[in-house]
Ligand binder design. Structure first.
Ligand code: MGD
Ligand code: MGD
Ligand code: SF4
Ligand code: MO
Length: 901
């Protein structure tokens, strides 16, 4: 075993501390870091499975250049970097700096992000650098700036422990921020109440005391109603409002005019009046309220107003900056916050300074000694890709993000890349939907190899440290950027030799011409983001840096909460109420597209699956892309659960399996965001999403696109499990997951093969003479199954049927872990069902211990289990990361409700 390295999880913005070790055989094991303030030793299932995602399979390990015919050839670093630098230089010379752009990511480290931003805004002289955080947090950023004068999350995780009431708005925290959610559940056990505001009944709602299934897009009405209610009932901190805020009257007038009466609010929001009032009373009654929000709020054409409508209620009651209370924007990506700190958004400068402010521009320019400073805000993500399509931006460098999957109207983004003169992609994985369109591919270091800092949702800086060797020719993102900058003639500003040197420069800029933190009495407005205590860290001190929350004082101590003294970052020190009016989502009604598409995450996958797609443990929970529908809508659309459907919008279409039970409201459907061309034939939901954006933040409306669902007609359904990858181009439908020692394909086709046996042998490549071929063909019932063994060991199997009700895949998958098939396995393969009774565990619920749904349901009925804790005691399920506890709770309810036979 190698020495233990303390690092930070590369997934969500909770920012959990991870201890990693490498065994002699190269296997990586991870555990939660008990000493880390973000998680105190806990990890969710994605964090716990990190060791399964660090292998080199599929990694981009060498620079590559694309030839005319679309193929890629290996190139030296010199050749690839020259290509990038020459291309950028030529285009800037011919068309000016705004003809080039960078599109970066909240998954870069702060040091990478800092140099990318410095290159664009300070040296190339364009603010055309935007980030996938535009798709994620930009409404929260804009809301914070309007209310507080700076992009600041005032509170910290400890507030959740101390809150009496936690309100989750548009957040499926149980799945997306699981370690933090466990903390909320513990707070609930200690008496806190939990309210969830979400059109879907999510896993998070399983634990809620009250769920308000609001109509999509109506949050502003709900919070305007709350503001009026609080004011009417005298729930207000008059002293705080008078001394520390501005704009209440106009905001109240708008809220009152909008809200009218509570019955109207309830009707607009589509919730019961009694539930609405129950929420308002809870909010009124409890001083210590945390309102935590994420994408149900941000990803909306009224996202910024939603944010401010929530903050308004906290300002009115003075519930901000003190223990147990405050509005809390929870961030998605591991370094969404770090990116904001260094100014990765096209409308920001660095260190929380503003591009449009001449004083700020002067501070940054003099600090950087910039030769060409960007003078005005650049293009935001959606507009940036429009400019690429229209030829206004001619060179685009994409780092650490997969826009052909994740942008709205993603087919248009793909067309934009095809039209672009020079597309450069820096990634860790070779084959992605975006990389396919690159002219130059640059290999970056991945998690476990790279070195730097990230900032979590609660402003906590935490180190990512390397524990794996550099693979192939991969280089750190910061180094690649500096390499290009130097070739562009900017050796002066980019001579960094280590992330430590970059971090120090970044820390010094936060403190440059700024007030020392912790001194609320200064008259002019200090910038809250201030790392003065870190500006002179030695290399050694940087390497051993403990997690710390900014602002960081001279003595190195951090700050848990901001704004406690009522000093905000606007020039007059006062916070602003922002008058917000309810606005229906764009194209809210559309007769041709009568349903509303909502998109979001599943528990065990991360974004475009480049990393979680490698882990068998994570693949088991949700194995196929799906469209979750209300049964009435399915009936009306002529589709059935288990069958395939195509989903259409004005922008594009996709195909997925129809599902019920995801808790969607009638009139809405939900599709997960993760699947793409690497894992399915046609399941990129981004292709459907309306590219309308919030007018203030530029964040797209990912949660609301009018769609229509239609049957996707096929003649047969099937699946195959095998040790090798299979050709998919001839199939009408396929999806892929990676299992333990096997790959599993779900397939369907418009035509049934004339001779199933011949087709199956050819497809599986099973024409060797040593093949041990088992087969059952029943054309009258439309069923065909075959299994192929080599020297008694399972090689592949394929099951076809004219209907989607195929046998369980779980017992079959198990056979790939055996050295030999037994006689009863063979009998089972021929019969199409597990040999013996009750050994099919069913789909995985607990990924940590691999416990299936059937096993759990059986134990619940057989042993009369009532609580998730009892299930854990009996089966271990739920006993590690706890991510499946909401599902255990649901299973208990369902099993108990099922009639006994
Ligand atoms: N497992 C997993 N975890 C992740 C990620 C991942 O890919 N996988 N990604 C990370 C990232 S980058 C992010 S940004 C976060 C996102 O974390 P979340 O914001 O929690 O996740 P989402 O699933 O995008 O959406 C949240 C909820 O918003 C609801 N919603 C839709 N419309 C409305 C509305 O009009 N009003 C309200 N109130 N709610 C609405 C949706 O039904 C959904 O349940 O997760 C992070 N964590
Ligand atoms: N329909 C719909 N679309 C959405 C959303 C939604 O809710 N609905 N949510 C949006 C949100 S909140 C987000 S955050 C985005 C996420 O969307 P993306 O950012 O597009 O998704 P990822 O899969 O995280 O892409 C990261 C890429 O960077 C690579 N990578 C990983 N580590 C490194 C590294 O260290 N260096 C480099 N150079 N590359 C690396 C990965 O292999 C991968 O290709 O999706 C957005 N799109
Ligand atoms: S909650 Fe899970 S995904 Fe998020 S940082 Fe912690 S371990 Fe990683
Ligand atoms: Mo995100």
């Amino acid at each position: 075993m190698s020495a233990t390295v303390a690092t930070t999880c590369p997934y969500c913005g909770v920012g959990c501390g991870v201890l990693a070790q490498v065994a002699v055989d190269g296997a990586v094991s991870v555990q939660g870091d008990v000493a880390h303030g973000s998680n105190h030793g806990r990890l969710c299932v994605k964090g716990a499975a990190l060791g399964e995602t660090v292998d080199l399979q599929g990694r981009l390990l060498h620079p590559k250049l694309r030839a005319e015919d679309g193929s890629f050839r290996r190139a030296s670093w010199d050749e690839a970097l020259d290509r990038v630098a020459d291309g950028f230089r030529r285009i800037v010379d011919q068309h000016g700096p705004d003809a080039v752009a960078l599109y970066v990511s909240g998954q870069l480290l702060t040091e990478d992000y800092y140099v990318a931003n410095k290159l664009a805004k300070g040296y190339l002289g364009t603010a055309n650098i935007d980030t996938n955080s535009r798709l994620c947090m930009s409404s929260a950023v804009a809301g914070h700036k309007r209310a507080f004068g700076e992009d600041v999350v005032p509170g910290c995780y400890e507030d959740l422990d101390q809150a009496e009431l936690i309100v989750l708005v548009g957040s499926n925290t149980a799945w997306c921020h699981p370690v933090l959610f466990q903390r909320m559940v513990r707070a609930q056990e200690n008496g806190a109440r939990l309210v969830v505001i979400d059109p879907r009944f999510t896993a998070t709602c399983e634990s809620a005391d009250l769920h308000l299934p609001v109509k999509p897009g109506t949050d502003v009405w709900l919070f305007n109603g709350l503001l009026s209610f609080l004011f009417q009932h005298g729930v207000m901190d008059v002293g705080f409002v008078d001394t520390h805020t501005d704009g209440l009257n106009a905001t109240l007038a708008t809220a009152a005019a909008e809200a009218g009466d509570y019955a109207t609010v309830a009707r607009i929001c589509g919730v019961q009046l009694s539930d609405l009032l129950a929420f308002y009373r809870l909010f009124a009654r409890h001083e210590r309220v945390v309102s935590l929000f994420s994408q149900g709020v941000n990803q909306s054409s009224s996202g910024t107003d939603k944010v401010n409508s929530i903050i308004n209620c906290h300002l009115l009651t003075g519930r901000i900056g003190r223990p147990g209370m405050g509005p809390f924007s929870i961030t998605g990506q591991p370094n969404a916050m770090g990116g904001r700190e260094v100014g990765g958004l096209a409308n920001m400068l660095a260190a929380h300074m503003e591009l449009h402010d001449p004083v700020h521009r002067d501070i940054v320019q003099s600090f950087w000694s910039s030769p060409h400073m960007a003078a005005q805000p650049g293009l935001k993500a959606v507009a940036l890709f429009d400019a690429v399509l229209e030829g206004r931006v001619k060179a685009l460098w994409i780092m650490g993000t997969n826009p052909v999957v994740s942008l709205p109207d993603a087919d248009r983004a793909r067309r934009a890349l095809n039209a672009c003169e020079l597309v450069v992609c820096t990634d860790v994985i070779e084959h992605t939907d975006t990389n396919r369109h690159a002219h130059v591919l640059l290999p970056a270091l991945a998690w476990g190899e790279k070195d730097g800092t990230v900032t979590s949702s609660e402003r906590r800086l935490s180190r990512q440290r390397p524990f794996l060797p550099v693979p192939g020719e991969a280089r750190a993102d910061w180094r690649i950027i500096c390499d290009v900058a130097q070739r562009l003639g900017f050796a002066e500003g980019f001579g960094f030799q280590s992330p430590h040197e970059i971090f120090i420069e970044h820390a010094r800029l936060t403190a440059f011409r700024n007030h020392p933190p912790g001194n609320g009495d200064l008259p002019a407005s200090p910038r809250q983001l201030n790392l003065s205590g870190l500006t002179s860290l030695t290399r050694q001190a940087y390497d051993s840096m403990r997690p710390v929350q900014w602002p960081v004082r001279e003595d190195g101590s951090g700050t848990a909460r901001l704004f406690a003294g009522g000093q905000f970052a606007h020039p007059d020190g006062r916070a602003r109420f922002v008058a917000t009016s309810g606005r229906a989502p764009a194209n809210a009604t559309d007769r041709e597209y009568p349903l509303v598409l909502n998109t979001g995450r599943v528990r065990d996958h991360w974004h475009t699956m480049t990393r979680t797609g490698k882990s068998p443990r994570l693949a088991g929970h949700t194995s196929e892309p799906y469209v979750d529908m209300h049964p009435h809508d399915a009936l009306r659309s002529g589709v059935r659960a288990g069958e395939l459907a195509s989903v259409h919008s004005r922008w594009g279409s996709m195909v997925a399996r129809v599902r019920h039970g995801g808790g969607v409201l009638a009139g809405t459907v939900f599709v997960p965001i993760h699947w793409n061309d690497q894992f399915a034939s046609d399941a990129r939901v981004g292709g459907l999403v309306n590219p309308v954006v919030d007018p203030v933040s530029g964040e797209p409306e990912f949660k609301h696109t009018p769609v229509r669902v239609e049957p996707f007609p096929v003649r047969w359904y099937g699946f195959a499990i095998g040790r090798q990858s299979l050709p998919t181009s001839a199939l009408s439908y396929w999806t892929l997951i990676r299992g333990d020692r096997f790959l599993r394909y779900e397939i369907a086709h418009r035509e049934r093969p004339g001779d199933c046996s011949a087709w199956a042998r050819t497809w599986l490549g099973a024409h060797t003479s040593d093949a041990d071929w088992l087969e059952h063909d029943d054309p009258s019932s439309g069923i065909y199954r075959a299994a192929w063994a080599v020297e008694g060991r399972m090689e592949a199997c394929v099951f076809l049927s004219s209907r989607p009700d195929l046998p369980s895949r779980h017992w079959l998958a198990r056979l790939f872990g055996q050295e030999r098939l037994t006689e009863s396995d063979r009998a089972g393969l021929l019969a199409g069902e597990p040999p013996g009774a009750g050994i099919d565990a069913g789909p995985v619920v607990c990924s940590c211990f691999g416990v299936g749904r059937n096993t759990i349901a059986e134990a619940i009925s057989a042993d009369d289990l009532d609580t998730p804790a009892q299930i854990t005691a009996a089966l271990r399920a739920g006993g590690n990361c706890g991510s499946c506890i909401p599902e255990l709770r649901r299973l208990i309810a369902e099993t108990r409700a099922a009639p006994t036979v």
